[in-house]
Ligand binder design. Sequence first.
Ligand SMILES: Cc1ncc(COP(=O)(O)O)c(C=O)c1O
Length: 387
Amino acid sequence: MKFDFDKKVDRKNIYSMKWNVGQDELPMWVADMDFETAPVVKEAILDRAMNGTFGYTDIPDSWYEAYQNWWSSRHNFEIEKDWLIYSTGAIPTISSTVRKLTSPGEKVLVMTPIYHIFFNSIVNNGRFIVESPLQYENGNYSVDYEDLEEKLSDPQLSLMIMCNPHNPNGYIYSREELAKIGGLCKKYGVYVISDEVHCDLLDPGYEYCPFAAASKDCLEMSISCLAPSKTFNIAGITTSAVMVYDPIIRHKVWRQLNTDECGEPNAFAVTVTEAAFNHGGEWLDELRAYVLGNKDYVRNFIGEKLPKIKVVSGHATYMLWLDISALSDDSADFAQRLRDKTGLYVSDGAEFSGNGNRFLRINLACPRDYVVEAMKRLEYFLENCEF
Ligand SMILES: Cc1ncc(COP(=O)(O)O)c(C=O)c1O
C-alpha cells in the first residue's frame, strides 16, 4: 500500500468531537475517520494557508468541473454545471430545503432506521416526522413499498429524505429500487432530498447509483446532497454541493441557502474540494480496501467468538451495523454499559429509530489496532456482563 492507514494520529489535542472522551476510552461512534486525509488534500490546505490571506472566496468554474468529472468518471453520471449549487454542508442544505419546500405542521418522510440528524432537520423546523420503517428479515433490510406508498399518498406530505447509500446499515439501493421510489414520489408530488455523502465509501467492487440517475422521475423530483466531506475526512472544512435538475426547485433551494447564510464558501472550501476530487482517487481506492480489511476482521471475530451478535451485510459506509437482538432490545442501555465497563464507545442504534433499538453502529474508519482492541473489549463485555 502506498498510503499508511495504520498510522495513529493524536486527535485529542485538536478538540476532536469524536475524541472528547475519557482517558482510556476508545471512540468508535460519530462518522468521521481517524485517518489523515489524502496527502494531496493536506498539501492543498498547506499551500492555501501559505498564501496568508483568508478573505472572501468565489466559486470558480473549476469547482463545478471537479464535481462533474468525479461523478462522470466514478459514478457514470453526467451532471450539468447549472444543476450545482455550493452549500456549506449536507445538513444545512437539508434543513434549508425542509424550510423552503414545506410549511410548519406538514410531514416529512424518512425510511428508518436512518441517520438521526435528519430528525432534527424536520422537528426543529416544526414539521412532523413520518417513518416508513425498512423491513428486516434474515439479516437484510428492504423497502416496504406498500407502507411507503400509503404514507406518500398523504396530501400533507410533500417531502422525503433519503440516505443513498443508507446510513446506518450500509445498504446500497439498486437502480430499480430507486426508480420505484422515485416513481411513487412523482405520482404523489413528493420531492426527495437524496443525501449521498457516503456514496464513495463502498467496499471495493461495489457501485452506487445516484438517485437522480435512476429514472426521469428521480431526476425531476430530487435534490441531491453531494460532498467530499465523508470520503476525504474533511467534514470540519464544511464544503458540499446541492444538485437540482428542476430549475424552479433549484432556484428555491438556492434562495433559501442564501437566506440561511449557508451558500458562501470558507477560504479552504474550494481548494480542498478540487484537490480531493481531481487528485484523490488513488488514495480513496486504498482507503476502501483498508476499511474492508477492518470490516472483515470484525465479521470474522464476531462470527467465531461472539455468535450472539450478527453483522448486517451492508457494503457501503465505513460503519457496521450490529444486530444485538439476541442479547438486548435496549441498545441505549447496552451501549452505555459497554462504554462504562470497557471504554468502547459505539453508537446506540435506537438513535436511528425504526428497529434500531436492537442494534449498535460501530465506526471502523481507524487503524486496525483500534479495531482489534475494540473486539477484545466487546468480547470481555459479553463474557463479564449479564444479559
Ligand atoms: C448521512 C449523513 N448525512 C450528512 C452528514 C453530515 O453532513 P454535513 O457535515 O455535510 O452536514 C452525515 C454525518 O455523519 C451523515 O452520515
